[in-house]
Design a protein around this ligand. Structure first.
Ligand code: SAM
Length: 218
């Protein structure tokens, strides 16, 4: 549990979330056991709602890990839809591929193995939705390439933008997270807020989720 949403509220939200299934629950347990930083089911449900709300057919994800958030996203795609998801760690990518298979979604998911900073030039837009959840210092590097690959009206969703409250001056007495990552996220949040092509709202769910829509008019 994080520090942003009180535990009781997190538990209440979890109790109301019936969208997870046995496969997602099993992957979440695997992630917990291996101490992997996966989104939780409430952020997963938010991703699926957002993808469904815009009728997304092309989704890009940075930071697959073992496929948990990818399954939430791909579950909103129609049969002809496509999720492209990038993961640097080959072992995690292999588990993700197996998990997409388990979830019955491998026909609409492509896992790209490698550094997203290098792989990004290999994918062309437009995407309806892009989920940034990779290496935090990469958030800034990838911002412009991702905005360029997003269709007008499309959504850029970014996880961990409150960084357990450590980006909020005075909120955390003893910071535990990497200071470079904290600085990178603070800078990223400022860039999102002032980006001329984006309208952004940060939802203080779990570790903070930024939802940015690409403007249709300048
Ligand atoms: C926070 S985890 C992603 C969790 C996943 N989105 C989920 O909720 O199920 C971040 C992932 O990004 C991967 N990663 C780190 N640097 C990367 C890079 N340069 N390119 C692609 N993936 C990267 C890590 O190996 C890790 O698995």
């Amino acid at each position: 549990m994080g520090q942003i949403v009180p535990d009781l509220v997190e538990r209440y939200l979890r109790g109301l979330n019936h969208a997870a299934d046995a496969v997602l629950d099993a992957i979440a347990r695997d992630g917990d056991a291996a101490h992997l930083p996966l989104v939780d089911a409430e952020v997963g449900a938010l991703l699926r709602v957002l993808a469904a709300s815009i009728g997304a057919t092309r989704i890009l994800e940075i930071g697959t890990c073992i496929g948990y958030s990818g399954i939430w996203l791909a579950g909103a795609l129609p049969k002809h839809g496509m999720l492209i998801t990038m993961e640097k760690d080959a072992a995690r990518a292999a588990i993700a591929k197996a998990n997409f298979e388990r979830a019955g979604l491998s026909d609409r998911v492509s896992v790209m193995v490698g550094d997203a900073a290098l792989k990004i030039v290999k994918v062309s837009g437009p995407f309806d939705l892009i989920f940034q959840d990779g290496h935090k210092p990469l958030y800034n590097t990838l911002l412009e390439p991702l905005v360029a690959r997003l269709r007008p009206g499309g959504l850029l969703i970014t996880d961990n933008v409150l960084w357990n409250g450590e980006v909020v001056p005075g909120f955390v007495n003893t910071p535990a997270r990497n200071a470079d990552d904290t600085r990178a996220i603070s800078e990223y949040n400022e860039r999102l807020a002032s980006h001329p092509q984006l309208l952004t709202s940060i939802v203080p769910l779990r570790d903070g989720v930024a939802i940015s829509v690409k403007r249709t008019v300048a």
